[in-house]
Write a protein that binds this ligand. Sequence first.
Ligand code: AAL
Length: 411
Amino acid sequence: MKTGTGPQSAFPGRLPGKMPTDRPLSAATQRLYEMWTADQDIGNPFYTTFRYSRISGIGKDESELSVSRRDPSKVLKIGDSYYVWYTRRRTRYNPLGRNQIDGANDETPVVDWDLADICYATSKNGFDWREQGVAVPRAPKGSYGDRSLSTPDILVYGGRYYLYYQTFTTMWRPNDCVNVSMAWADSPDGPWKRLDRPVIEQGGPGEWDSCAIHDPYPLIYQGKIWVYYKGAPADKSRGNLLRAQGVAIAEDPEGPYVKSELNPVSNSGHETMLWPWEGGIASLLILDGPEKNTVQYASDGLNFEPKALVTMPPVAPGPFCPDAFADNGDGRGVTWGLCHINPLGGGPDQGCYIIRFDCDLSRDSHRPEFKGSNVRYSEDTWFQRATELPAAWKERILREQSGADAPTFGT
Ligand code: AAL
């Protein structure tokens, strides 16, 4: 690292195209060239802001007491219609919350994605949608997948359609422990034939994905089926991996899936969006972990490096990604998709609904309006449930300031 100062003219306002070598540079200025791009956000193909739109048909639903639509799949274009699959819960009662599992029954869910089915919708323009109904229903009571199916994603392979989804049997499990199964159809409109077994199972005791295989996300890459997924260990206490993604690879949609020896391939993220980019894979990590809110790139689909920091990214994004299964080494990127929001800002017991996002993460679009920064928030956002200072915390802070008994903030 260059150090020291000298009788130099000040750093120029017009950024040199290449990193200057004739002057001392701070670590931050060196990063402009070595980690980001000298052309800053405007010239960084991995940087974008996101704009959101309400959509009809699967958006905010005030017609029913307790309904939730969430975790949309990638969007497909088939003929003149767009298709999307998603989790839909329609229950008589609201979710009880993860700490009240004993009160749950066949009509009362524990969490928002409990007692759910995989539904689908179509659209001609990506803004106005029509719900077509249930694509893959829960299995008959007493069999694998009879409690809930959630968080689907779609694969098109060999002229057939495959839906991967989290498969809950008998009851929602603490820590959201679950594996992933799959159904297939010869038409995007079904009928779907459900596999009566997992295709991607949890890891062994103590392993990073021993509790949960979440958010299955299939792409075709290097001639095989790559299903990226969020894994989670059963132990959530401090020192355990909070959020991470791995990948399981197969030559046939029904498996066997072999987990990469490099797993976890991401150290952060929640529902991670991925897309082919040039000859590699790009990803958008959101919500959790030290590399949250970053766009990353792996030239081999495994070794991801942060390429941009982003603000207010979509939650549970499902992009319209025309070349998700092309495997042509020339990934073009994405400009829109669907995601979900939770009206109260989040929480496993709160219903969600689906909205649309638009962005510029594409090699084929030139949308400088999406390359701005400095996103400010409205008053409601500052004082929403997840960001307003709770009264109990304020009380502890006041005691601490007055020198009273040392408070211990909950972990
Ligand atoms: C989602 C996803 C998975 C989790 C739950 C429903 O955002 O991460 O699907 O199980 O939350």
